[in-house]
Every structure is written in structure tokens, then in C-alpha cells.
Design a protein around this ligand. Sequence first.
Ligand SMILES: NC(=O)c1ccc[n+]([C@@H]2O[C@H](COP(=O)([O-])OP(=O)(O)OC[C@H]3O[C@@H](n4cnc5c(N)ncnc54)[C@H](O)[C@@H]3O)[C@@H](O)[C@H]2O)c1
Ligand SMILES: [Zn+2]
Length: 369
Amino acid sequence: VSEANNIWTVDTPQYPIRIGRGVRERVAQFAPPNAARFALISDSNVCSLHCDSVREKLAPLGHVETLPFPAGEAAKTREMKADLEDRMLATGFGRDCVIVAVGGGVTLDLAGFVASTFMRGVPWISLPTSLLAAVDAGVGGKTGVNAPAGKNLIGAFYPPLAVLIDLNFLTTLPTIEMKNGLAEMVKHAVIADKLHLDELLATGRQMPRPDLSVLGRAIHRSVQIKAHIAGEDPYEQNLRQVLNLGHTIGHAVEKVSKFEIRHGLAVSIGIAVVTAMAVELGIFPEADRTQVIAVLKTLDLPTRVPHDLDEQAILESTRNDKKGRHGRTRYVLPAGIGKMAQNEDGGYGMEIDDALVLSTLRALKDSPA
Ligand SMILES: NC(=O)c1ccc[n+]([C@@H]2O[C@H](COP(=O)([O-])OP(=O)(O)OC[C@H]3O[C@@H](n4cnc5c(N)ncnc54)[C@H](O)[C@@H]3O)[C@@H](O)[C@H]2O)c1
Ligand SMILES: [Zn+2]
């Protein structure tokens, strides 16, 4: 790991990650020597802002076909995958092509999954443009699409050739998307690193437009944490479960709010709830929770349960979460900032009584305005 000219590097065993202002300009460096054709896959929002700057860097190497698709989670489907594949086939793309994904998590998941099966697999390069994609979706090698039965149910582990996190992309990112990513960064800090939490506090003081070098340093740390955890457990056998911190409640809050509450904000509420349960169980120091809540608040992230969300409905919804085993819900809990609680089997899922979940949700309910 090095830091020179404000370009940070995280080298995972499978692919290099570069973080810094302008790193998109290096995209051609990471293309294989035989690459002759490039499929630039990007959502409609991001493409109109950023496709040209990437296309320009690839054009000297060969033909670049820009393949935009409609922005939004609704596009992350098998149908959209087939549509992109058909467009690539119609253009005569073969095994010598490289897919270049420019966008948020939706784009990376979709384009990476296309790469995993096109001509039985072609290389791809990942350029995350949202903060959430930079610190989460863009690291770890998971790709995929949603199915009517649920999110991310169809997919593949298919790492890219390289991940280039150009901080300049973030200058066009809406504030709400910034907050979505920051919540995942707080999660990484609680899982692994107290210092990272302090960095996020510094970032929070600069909201809504944090300085890119301060944010870059924090992104670097968050990426290191995610890459380390994903690297230790590439196929999600055990350790990777810790990344679900705040997500069991978070997913339930998203669902019960009918997806009015965005993922990151729901995760923030989830972190507030599980840290409170961990304090109640006597495994997480109260002072640590106070610090976590202060950072979430500085980042303008929610720490209370909206008054119109029914706690029983939230509890019921946690049972459908994929972490649920045998009808009881397991939670990933912190044992300190930077330390996760482990069960007798060395795993990270802890079963919690419904009564504690309900009383905590009730205690954290916002009063009606
Ligand atoms: N593969 C993984 O390990 C992993 C991990 C976490 C999340 N995900 C997936 O990631 C997705 C969420 O990612 P997301 O929050 O980035 O969603 P997203 O890709 O839909 O991007 C959010 C919004 O921001 C816009 N946007 C992105 N970058 C922009 C920029 N630089 N300027 C202006 N607008 C920009 C997009 O057009 C979109 O409207 C979900 O589908 C989730 O399942 C995957
Ligand atoms: Zn998440």
C-alpha cells in the first residue's frame, strides 16, 4: 500500500485498486495487450456526464462502443443483461473485447456479470463513480442481477482486471448518494478501525461537499478494510458476514418503508439499532456507541427509527433476510469499535430474542413531528 501524489494503491491478490483524482486517465494501462474492442457500459445519468472522458482514453487502443442503459436499480435484471449482450453481439464483439464499467453499484454489478459470461468470460475494468460503489460494490469481486424473488440472487464471483476510483467522479454525485456511501464507511470503521471513525468525523464536518483529499484518505481506508475482509473470505463462508453489520435491520427498514428510505440511510438506522442492542447485551461499551452515533449525526445520517414504521413489521421483515437460519434471525454485533462479536462456533451471527429487538426499536422510535 503506497501513497504518492495523492494516488492511493490497494493491491489485492486478484486485482489492483487505484484511488485518486484523475485515475480514470490510466484506464488504457490496464487493458490486456491484445484488446481491440471496448464495450463502455454505463447508466444513462453517468454516461452523459462521464463516458466521453473515458472513451477518449480508450480510443487510441481500438474500437469503443458506448452502451448506455437506463439508470436505476430497476435495470439490474437478467433482461437488461441479455439486452447488453445482444447489443455487443450485434456490434460483432468477440473474445478480444474488454468491458469497461463506468458507474455506481448497479452498473458494476450488471456489467461485471455480463463480462463473466460473454463468450464464456471476457476481461473487465471497473470504474466506480458513486461513493457506495467506490467503497463497497466495486471491491470484492461479486457481480450479479436481481430476480423477481429478490435482490442479487443471480450472479457470479468475477473479479475485474483493475478498479480505478477517480475521486473527480464524485464532484457530480448528488448529496443523497454521498450519504449512502458514507453509511457503509461508518460500517467499515465499526467493524475494523477506530481511526477510520475519526477520519469520517473530519469528513462529516465538511458535509455536504467534503474536500476530496480528506475524503480520498477515508475512501482508501474503507477500501482497504473491505478488500481485506473480502480477500480473507472470497466466497462468503464466514468472515465476510461481518459486512452485514447494520444490514439485517437496514434491509427490513428499506422494505417496510417501501424503499422510500435509501439503502445507506437504512443501514445507518440499522447500525444505531444493533449498537444499542449490543450495549443492552453488555458486549459493546456505551461510550463506543455514543461515538458511533455522534459520527453518524455529523454525517447527517439518521440514527432513529421513523415513527411511521411499525416495529413488529420490521421484526417480521428481518425473518426474510437471507442471513436468517431456521426461522430465527441472526445479527452481526460489534464488541467494540474495530472488534466484532463471535459466537461459540467462531461465526459472527448472534441470535437475539424478539423481545430485545422490539424494545430497542421502540426505544429508538422518532416522536411524531
Ligand atoms: N457487488 C457488491 O459487492 C455490492 C456491494 C454493495 C452494493 N451493491 C449493489 O450496488 C447497488 C447500489 O449502488 P449505488 O448506490 O452506486 O447505485 P446506482 O448505481 O444506482 O447509483 C446511484 C445513483 O447515482 C447516480 N450516479 C452514480 N455516480 C454518479 C456520479 N459520479 N455523478 C452523478 N450521478 C451519479 C446513478 O446514475 C444513480 O442514479 C445495488 O444494486 C447493490 O445491490 C453491490
Ligand atoms: Zn450495504
